[in-house]
Design a protein around this ligand. Structure first.
Ligand code: SF4
Ligand code: SF4
Length: 291
């Protein structure tokens, strides 16, 4: 059941990304520093008026005709590559999210939450799952709270930890978006519902890479799997189609896996786990999350 929102808007970070977690045990946080170098006036204006600029982009991303014709498809892909050089996302596990939040709170950074910009852009507010899944931090969060006091509020550490746990149970993918592939240049943690997330839609249905894989990959001990017919939770939970049935058991397509960890926490046979993907690393959150 979805209801309509009266005043839709959208985050520049997520929509711009259209056009442009071994399990990491909670080993303690990384202790890094948030490096949000966007000039103050841009922070202010972008957080305040970005939806005015970005609604047409959202419309274009969802317009089938733009991908049907070669020139428009090429134009969208060309634009998305360039914007991705400026804005992009990376997938985190829940443990990595906890580590990052610990670092941010220890550093005295503001962490705030508000309505998911993709829901606002699509004018879809859910009656059944959480809507306030946008978690902004640092100076970006200060601007959001100042500009939209009715929509965004500051979080205490316990509240933030509880919220991300709830998002994980809902099957929402944790992604951090940042600027220019610079270490520490992280601005927002999106907790993405696959049914409304615009970057996930672009990635899955348009082949536009709007965010990067995390540093983990799922693995399964098929001998411990209770069977897809009896369970099948991993197939239902994976937003990227990376869990598939093979010989009646849950299997992992490692190439398709983004390392979100959603299939691990609900594995009935405790057959699924995360491993560190060889050669993979985080960019925006490496220092915030730690090793
Ligand atoms: S298989 Fe799917 S749900 Fe599991 S970690 Fe990979 S992307 Fe996430
Ligand atoms: S969630 Fe675990 S037990 Fe269930 S089908 Fe998948 S691998 Fe097997």
């Amino acid at each position: 059941m979805k209801r309509r929102l009266g005043n839709p808007g959208v985050s520049v970070l997520r929509l711009s990304a259209l056009f442009g977690m071994t399990i990491v045990a909670h080993e303690g946080h990384g202790g890094g520093v948030l490096k949000q170098t966007m000039p103050g006036f841009l922070l202010h204006w972008m957080s305040r008026y970005e939806h005015v600029l970005l609604r047409p982009i959202n419309w274009l991303a969802r317009s089938d005709w733009a991908y049907r014709f070669e020139p428009t498809r090429r134009f969208v892909e060309w634009t998305s590559r360039r914007v991705k050089n400026i804005v992009s996302g990376e997938v985190l596990t829940l443990d990595e999210v906890h580590s990052m939040l610990d670092t941010l709170f220890d550093r005295g950074e503001t962490v705030a939450t508000g309505t998911c910009p993709c829901r606002r852009a699509r004018n879809e507010i859910s009656d059944t799952v959480p809507n306030n899944t946008d978690m902004v931090f640092g100076r970006w969060a200060d601007e959001y709270v100042r500009n939209y006091p009715g929509l965004y509020h500051r979080l205490e550490p316990d509240e933030a930890r509880e919220l991300v746990g709830e998002f994980d149970r809902c099957g929402f993918v944790h992604q951090v978006y940042g600027l220019r592939h610079a270490e520490g240049a992280a601005y927002v943690l999106c907790n993405c519902d696959r049914s409304v997330c615009i970057p996930m839609h672009a990635q899955r249905d348009r082949g536009i890479q709007a965010f990067l894989k995390g540093r983990s990959v799922a693995a399964v001990d098929t001998g411990d799997c209770v069977g897809v017919e009896e369970c099948g939770a991993c197939l239902a939970r994976c937003p990227f189609g990376a869990r598939v049935e093979r010989n009646g058991r849950g299997w992992v397509d490692a190439e398709a896996c983004f390392g979100c960890g959603l299939c691990v926490s609900t594995c009935r046979g405790e057959a699924s786990r995360l491993e560190r993907r060889e050669g993979a690393g985080l960019v925006y959150t490496r220092e915030l999350v730690g090793p």
